[in-house]
Design a protein around this ligand. Structure first.
Ligand SMILES: *Cc1c(COP(=O)(O)O)cnc(C)c1O
Length: 391
């Protein structure tokens, strides 16, 4: 009997559907529509009685390859691609929620996810409860009455707090809620939420899956029945379709994902240790460090500390800005998961829309800098940070 192919094999081969030309690389079907040999064939495809594509808002062969490869990576029954990570989060919530429903979420969320939960959903009569994601008692209290969905991010952006996925999955089940995990910061290589009991996993493929800062994309993974019955119709009719070109870029990104994450994860660990020992740094947030409050949990549910870390410079916004402005190799950018190392000041960029009191409660202080660790040599990044921190 043949062995099940390993992860790296699947990330290069899975989903590959060669055209009659026998191209080596996945074909890019940059087409909005499809033609039919006969009117009867068009009718059969629309009726779902014949295999084949009809319109790229509803499906496209390049997207199909990307979705199959993502599903294989995640160990999910099915995957659906979207135009961006936010399109994935938004559609996953809106496709299943109705007025009167309740959503429970961790407090520390990506800025736009926070906006959807706290600005958009309440307008439609949906109640949203935010909890300190690191506090199991807070989850238990919030989920002791029925809810439709639970949304969490772990590690959380930007302070890398760790939420116990298995524990929240258990509580969500008793509350009748579906657990959605935004797994962007952990990456599918370092954390597998479906195995820990999550129902749905969402990604911004813009981040590590592309991994080279080229294009936007998103993906939702989970049980085939839910995706086909609930999410497919919602996506088809609301239209946040991924461009075939972007799907092709993301497919190629998946081929090298495990190699990149291995290096970026190792380099992040070295940077975190360096910053922790630096006199010009007040505190480092990295789940791979023993002093991190979520370290033990991270060791249980992740295969590494991840590729993102944050640190406090002390001295408020002025010192954080001064440190950022002195960096030469690490660029100032709010993106993450790129081959290039990037530094950002969350309080004035990614999380600036969140009211200050809430922001502080999330640990996003004025002196906090987040680093997304790229593929450069660790020594060069350490030298850059060392120079920037010397005042
Ligand atoms: C970037 C990001 C998103 C949004 O993804 P886009 O592709 O930018 O729309 C959602 N969640 C997390 C954790 C992110 O980092």
């Amino acid at each position: 009997m043949d062995n099940e192919p390993g992860l790296r094999t699947r990330l290069v081969q899975e989903g590959l559907a060669r055209s009659p030309h026998g191209e080596t690389s996945e074909a890019l079907y940059l087409t909005s529509g499809f033609v039919y040999a006969s009117a009867a064939e068009a009718a059969a495809r629309f009726a779902g009685e014949a295999e084949g594509f009809t319109y790229s808002r509803l499906g496209n062969p390049t997207l199909r390859m990307f979705e199959r490869r993502m599903a294989a990576l995640e160990g999910a029954e099915a995957a659906l691609a979207t135009a961006s990570g936010m399109a994935a989060v938004h559609a996953t919530l809106m496709a299943q929620l109705a007025a009167g429903d309740r959503v429970v979420a961790s407090r520390l969320l990506f800025g736009s996810s926070h906006y959807i939960l706290h600005e958009i959903l309440p307008r439609f009569g949906i109640e949203v409860t935010a909890v300190d994601g690191t506090d199991p008692a807070a989850w238990a209290r919030a989920l002791d009455r029925p809810a439709r969905c639970v949304l969490l991010e772990t590690p959380g952006n930007p302070t890398l707090e760790i939420v116990d996925i298995a524990e929240v999955a258990r509580l969500a089940r008793t509350a009748g809620a579906r657990l959605i995990v935004d797994n962007v910061l952990a990456t599918p290589i370092l954390q597998r939420p479906l195995e820990l009991g999550a129902d749905l996993v969402v990604y911004s493929a813009t981040k590590h899956i592309d991994g080279q800062g080229r294009c936007l994309g998103g993906v939702v993974l989970g049980e085939r029945r839910f995706l086909e019955r609930t999410l497919v119709p919602y996506l088809k009719h609301t239209g946040p379709a991924l461009s075939p070109f972007n799907a092709w870029v993301l497919l190629k990104g998946l081929e090298t994902l495990p190699l990149r994450i291995e290096v970026q994860n190792a380099t992040a660990g070295r940077l975190a240790a360096f910053l922790e020992a630096h006199p010009g740094v007040e505190r480092v947030f990295y789940p791979g460090l023993e002093g991190h409050p979520g370290h033990a949990l991270a060791r249980r549910q992740m295969k590494g500390g991840g590729t993102v870390l944050a640190f406090r410079t002390g001295g408020g916004r002025a010192r954080a800005f001064a440190v950022l402005d002195r960096l030469r190799l690490i660029a100032i950018s709010n993106n993450l998961g790129d081959a290039k190392s990037l530094a950002t000041h969350p309080a004035s960029t990614t999380h600036s829309r969140i009211p200050e009191a809430q922001r502080l409660a999330m640990g996003i202080t004025e002196d906090l800098i987040r680093i997304s660790v790229g593929l450069e040599e660790a020594e060069d990044l350490i030298a850059d940070l060392d120079r920037a921190l010397a005042s």
